[in-house]
Ligand binder design. Sequence first.
Ligand SMILES: [Fe+2]
Ligand SMILES: [Fe+2]
Length: 160
Amino acid sequence: MDRAQRIIECETFRNHLQANLAAERGRMFCRHDLAHFLDVARIAVIMAGEEEIQVQRELLYAAALLHDIGRHRQYEQGTPHEQASAEIAGVILNQCGFTEKETGVITDAIRSHRDPSAAGESSLRGLLYRADKASRLCFACEARDACNWKEERKNRELLY
Ligand SMILES: [Fe+2]
Ligand SMILES: [Fe+2]
């Protein structure tokens, strides 16, 4: 997990995390902060075990830590955040010792994390998609009624 730790300590990562925090100050809906990233990472690890999908834990953490890192650009410039996050992730992964091949796999998963066609895959892409959705605390959320997620997509009960 050395390289996942390196991401957490990486200055570029921290700067973008701060920008997300600033952009979402006062937001009543789900935030895109370190707590969300780690929820997704840990759920992805559990799911990989349950579904017997072989993916290195470091890659799961890297994808989860970076999948929403560019969220602030969606607020600032209207860039879809999966695109912004994949771009920023490329820079951070390079700084943190990931190979070009690994970076390709991780940024591909990030780019697909809002694409329902990735949902059923037994791969990093599928795990990231499913863990991200499963991480949401809709069943205990005060903003539930005002949230624009479709009712059937909300998590009605505790899964992980
Ligand atoms: Fe996202
Ligand atoms: Fe997310």
